[in-house]
Write a protein that binds this ligand. Sequence first.
Ligand code: ADP
Length: 227
Amino acid sequence: MSSPTLELSSIAKAYNKGKENEVTVLRDIDLSVELGEVVALVAPSGAGKSTLLHIAGLLDSPDTGQVKIAGQDMTGLSDRKRTAIRREDVGFVYQFHHLLPEFTALENIVLPQLANGISSVAATERAEDLLTTVGVAHRADHRPAALSGGEQQRVAFCRALANAPRLLLADEPTGNLDPGTSDQVFGALMELVRGTGMSAVIATHNLELASRMDRQLRLDGGRLLAL
Ligand code: ADP
């Protein structure tokens, strides 16, 4: 059997350690996300969702505990190796799209592939396929400022998946959109994720969207519990 895509064991994290304003954000977190599994992370603002996603995606380190991606222990790896794993194996999506404003939608999806050594022809073909999947192929040549909020997020999803990562980490990916748009844009994200068989952890406030994922967890007092 293959290793889980993501395995967190006994993760703890506090900020301002040893000071009077010390805040413990995560306590003894265990999480295993299997191949192709999509996990919803539901919690109010300030509960530690971003901290957990940043630790899972190697953007931050836990105080204690272990992060494994595809069976490989990330503890003690050099910054260079962590950066390489993050680039190849992990895709991030945030509430705001963070697309590069001076490039078109298509170019925003091509660029990370070129940085990963993919040829321009193959990268363009993949970018066009991804844009078609999320229904914005007709906007390929537009810059982000000319796109609607929902279109911008769809393009950001394509960019996050451009290098076919094993794991998608999304921090309230539809949090900026009105409810109707949010529903459709979330549908596009699920189509991409299910189409590639990747694993995902998606933070959301929206219980209806959470119910469309395979498993629902919540953060409460720094602990990860079933919703
Ligand atoms: P969420 O994503 O659920 O809104 P965060 O993970 O961003 O929560 O934050 C969890 C808690 O940790 C909050 O109380 C926040 O103020 C605190 N926090 C986050 N980052 C830092 C930091 N760099 N320094 C101090 N406190 C922080």
